[in-house]
Design a protein around this ligand. Structure first.
Ligand SMILES: Nc1nc2c(c(=O)[nH]1)N[C@H]1C(S)=C(S)[C@@H](COP(=O)(O)OP(=O)(O)OC[C@H]3O[C@@H](n4cnc5c(=O)[nH]c(N)nc54)[C@H](O)[C@@H]3O)O[C@H]1N2
Ligand SMILES: Nc1nc2c(c(=O)[nH]1)N[C@H]1C(S)=C(S)[C@@H](COP(=O)(O)OP(=O)(O)OC[C@H]3O[C@@H](n4cnc5c(=O)[nH]c(N)nc54)[C@H](O)[C@@H]3O)O[C@H]1N2
Ligand SMILES: [Mo]
Length: 785
């Protein structure tokens, strides 16, 4: 490798310091296969990273019809040429020898190779039979945050208007449904308020449950570069582990797991008490301040110190940093979204920004982050629990407008209830009402909570499971039909990152064998099903990525995520462009909100909001009564204790998350030699204090168990809070002798053997960050000691 292994040891590379409000300097990172010189590369093909949510722009190097490396795009606003280790090395997985190259179907219990016609025929005949006998509610779709916009939009149309089912969601439910929900709650619609440029201007950056150094390394490079420059920002880090971010923070708060709301309420309390409130802003642009002030009136730092187990003085100090900021940027991710009271906590971060008047100016804003590279598109295209274009399922005018775009009757589009969320889709499958589940680009047999249950649902005789993937994953091994997909570099499409930047990713090479782009698979299915519009014409009128993009533009017109000013041509050659982009804003839109929150107006908003404790949807009458003019909404929340607290049998708090070197269930990073070597096996982090108390040392084999199940791993002493265990969730079974789950030969090792089937009432995002667990030592041969 040219740019070599030292980027494994030094993931953020060399510093390029810069001062506040200066442009972030460019630094072009690249990595080419051994022996390939840059001059020898035959073609450079424009793309962006599909291995995190930053949308790091890159060119793919092609030689002799193969991908031979990548190079960052200096012209792009997101990364100015920088790449992180997964970007630099991950492309090698495309050429892994065990890529799926032909469809598989189950015959006498075994998956056997077949041709596309046979596989698609099984899908179509099963779909037809189910529609005839059990109706559209018997078919469900579970997709991802890793396909392209064109693919999600096509899937949303074929599922919602073709099949007519309400059961379509993405794994974005596990990922960013709380980001979306908190934005809907506070601003009336989804859509990132801030922009990554705000990192260049902020004087305080507050990170809530966000290990950005490991999970968005390129934006961390940006923060490091500012820390190394003149007028550096101060950082506030809220994380129960002393992460790399915590090490650079002015104030690090390490609360007990699941107590984010208590901590945030105390921070709000202090900001109000010290009169750091921007009264004019609050008066002119928000509703709900009185209720919020009342709710946090008793939430003193001393009270929160007891709940969160952090010193009261540190909470006061944090409040001073936040209260004294002139340009405050907050970011939020899974330590909030996957923890207890997820939406309530994420909304309190919005409240913090709003009462300080810190929205819509350079350096002042909130990034309710995304995790997956294309999660934004799952949400805006309606391939998750939303209607396309951030339309409101409770607003008949919005449904009618969508019906107009699709040329179908409004009744064709299910809107009797909110679109079914993923956890409920699996529940319906478990109970037998969903009889066909089409899973694309996600690996629930490793990534959903309580895996023993998920495996048994997927293995049900009466559930017809279709899996569309690159590899024979743990999930694919349980399928009835496996469709081999093409991926990044092998197909063309667009996707949108966490700050609304749309990138084009062009096809560089042919997919392996008979693998096909996801778009082609969905279009083929729609054609075979012969879905029609209300005039008898074809429901889906597009035939390739660019025509799908043009169709989506029509659906997005006039909505917050307006793409009408974009085209493939405009996206080629330069930088990605931020939506909304229409004829009035041809260069895109840096900050979604200036001094108004127009998308919160009752007529246009995506949601009327929900009760943060029960999740019950507010109706339009109630919404109109408290927010008639469409202002930002300050929603207060009371702290409630986590559902599962440690006890004698399960004395630890268990949390799960990520490492810099792996992406999710490792289907790509586990097949990338440099990345896999950097983190080859699962581990459990524990504080040195707890280890000493239990007589355990670095590297000891241990078992972590919860009421759901257990896993075995090596112990790693780290800077987690005492009383907390941390397990990375990347490790499943595809590269073990057993294949799809634990067996005699393979002890359990997936974090989700132990996690709980429970979710946030408002966003329905499952809880991966708080469970009670026991830690026991194992003999070196695996028995309990
Ligand atoms: N290297 C790498 N990068 C990735 C990914 C990957 O798999 N690998 N995945 C991408 C995706 S899809 C996502 S969603 C993002 C996720 O990115 P992050 O959210 O940054 O990652 P996590 O490790 O899941 O969790 C972040 C932190 O939350 C803390 N935490 C746990 N419980 C609590 C709590 O109760 N309160 C608080 N305040 N903090 C808590 C954990 O200690 C952890 O450090 O990363 C994206 N980037
Ligand atoms: N315990 C615990 N569990 C978690 C989390 C946690 O922090 N802790 N985090 C949750 C979060 S935030 C997320 S996002 C999920 C991620 O969970 P998953 O989505 O299940 O994880 P991935 O490994 O990314 O799965 C993506 C699959 O899509 C395939 N794929 C990649 N590209 C393409 C393509 O172009 N087309 C098709 N058809 N397939 C493709 C890959 O091979 C892979 O099998 O995990 C969740 N689960
Ligand atoms: Mo995610």
């Amino acid at each position: 490798m040219e740019s070599s292994l030292d980027r494994i040891d030094r993931p953020w590379g060399e510093r390029t310091p810069y001062g506040r409000a200066e442009p972030w300097p460019t630094r072009v990172d690249s990595c080419l296969a051994d022996g390939v010189q840059p001059e020898a590369v035959a073609r450079w093909v424009q793309s962006a990273s599909l291995l995190d949510s930053g949308g790091d722009a890159m060119d793919i190097a092609v030689l002799d019809g193969r991908i031979v490396g990548v190079r960052g795009r200096a012209a792009d606003r997101v990364n100015r040429g920088r790449l992180e280790p997964k970007d630099l090395f991950g492309w090698q997985a495309n050429a892994a020898p065990d890529r799926l190259t032909r469809p598989l179907v189950r015959e006498d219990g075994e998956l056997v190779e077949t041709d596309w016609a046979t596989a698609m025929d099984r899908l179509v005949s099963r779909s037809r039979r189910l529609l005839d006998t059990h109706g559209p509610g018997s078919v469900g779709f579970y997709t991802t945050g890793q396909l392209f916009l064109e693919e999600y939009y096509t899937l949303a149309v074929l599922a919602r208007a073709g099949i007519g089912t309400n059961h379509l969601d993405g794994n974005t439910r596990l990922c960013t449904s709380t980001a979306a929900e908190s934005l809907k709650q506070s601003f009336g619609c989804d859509g990132q308020p801030a922009t990554f440029d705000d990192f260049d201007h902020a004087d305080v950056i507050a990170l809530f449950g966000h290990n950005i150094a490991a999970t968005q390394p390129v934006q961390w490079m940006r923060i490091l570069d500012r820390l190394a420059g003149s007028d550096p920002p101060r950082l506030l880090c809220v994380d129960p582990r002393r992460t790399e971010v915590a090490r650079h923070a002015t104030v690090h708060l390490a609360p007990r797991l699941g107590t984010n709301v208590a901590l945030l309420n105390a921070l709000l309390h202090e900001i109000i008490r010290c009169d750091r409130v921007d009264r004019d802003f609050v008066e002119a642009r928000t509703v709900g301040f009185e209720e919020l002030a009342e709710r946090v009136a008793d939430c003193t730092p001393a009270w929160a110190a007891r709940v969160c187990d952090v010193p009261a003085a540190r909470i006061t100090e944090a409040a001073e940093v936040l209260g004294g900021a002139e340009r405050l940027l907050s970011t939020v991710l899974q330590g909030v979204y996957q923890s207890h009271q997820a939406t309530a906590a994420a909304v309190q971060v919005n409240n913090l920004q709003l009462i300080r008047g810190m929205i819509g100016r350079p350096g002042a804003g909130v990034l309710q982050m995304n995790g997956q590279p294309t999660a934004q598109n799952t949400r805006e295209c309606g391939a998750d629990g939303d209607l396309p274009g951030f339309r409101n399922w409770q607003n008949d005018a919005h449904v009618a407008d969508l019906a107009r775009v699709w040329n179908v009757e409004p009744e064709t589009i299910p809107h009797y209830a909110p679109p079914t969320h993923a956890m409920q889709i699996f529940r319906h499958a478990e109970q037998g009402s969903i009889r066909m589940l089409w899973i694309s680009g996600t690996n629930p047999a490793v990534s959903l909570p309580e895996l023993a249950r998920i495996r048994s649902v997927l293995a049900r005789e009466d559930l017809f499971v279709v899996v569309q993937d690159l590899f024979l994953t743990e999930t694919a091994q349980l399928a009835d039909v496996v469709l081999p997909a093409a991926t990044w570099g092998e197909k063309t499409g667009t996707f949108t990152n966490a700050d609304r930047t749309v990138h084009l990713s062009d096809k560089a090479v042919e997919p392996p064998g008979e693998a096909r782009p996801d778009l082609e698979i969905f279009l083929d299915y729609a054609a075979r099903m012969d879905f029609r519009d209300k005039d008898g014409g074809p429901l889906i009128t597009w035939h390739d990525p660019e025509s799908a993009f043009e169709a989506w533009k029509r659906c997005s017109a006039g909505r917050p995520c307006d793409y009408t000013g974009l085209s493939y041509d405009r996206l080629r050659g330069g930088s990605g462009i931020q939506w909304p982009c229409d004829e009035r804003t041809p260069e895109g839109t840096r900050r979604l909100y200036g001094d108004r929150f127009d998308w919160a107006h009752p007529e246009v908003c995506e949601s009327y909001g929900k009760d943060l404790v029960t999740g019950a949807a507010t109706d339009v009458v109630e919404y109109r009564s408290f927010n008639p003019d469409g202002k930002a909404v300050l929603r207060a929340a009371e702290y409630l204790a986590p559902h599962e607290e440690p006890d004698e049998e399960y004395p630890f708090q268990l949390t799960t998350g990520r490492t810099l070197y792996h992406f999710h269930t490792r289907t790509k990073t586990g097949r990338t030699p440099q990345l896999n070597a950097a983190a080859p096996e699962v581990w459990v982090e524990v504080s040195a204090e707890d280890a000493r108390r239990l007589g355990l040392g670095q590297g000891d084999p241990v078992e972590v168990s919860t009421p759901r199940g257990s896993l075995q791993a090596r112990l790693r002493l780290s800077d987690v809070r005492p009383g907390v265990l941390f397990v990375p969730f990347h490790y499943g079974y595809w590269d073990t002798p057993s294949g799809s789950g634990p067996s005699e030969k393979t002890p359990p090792r997936a974090a989700n053997e132990t996690t709980i089937t429970d979710w946030d009432p408002a966003s329905k995002q499952p809880l991966f960050k708080t469970a009670a667990a026991a830690l026991t030592a194992l003999d070196h041969d695996g028995g309990t000691r």
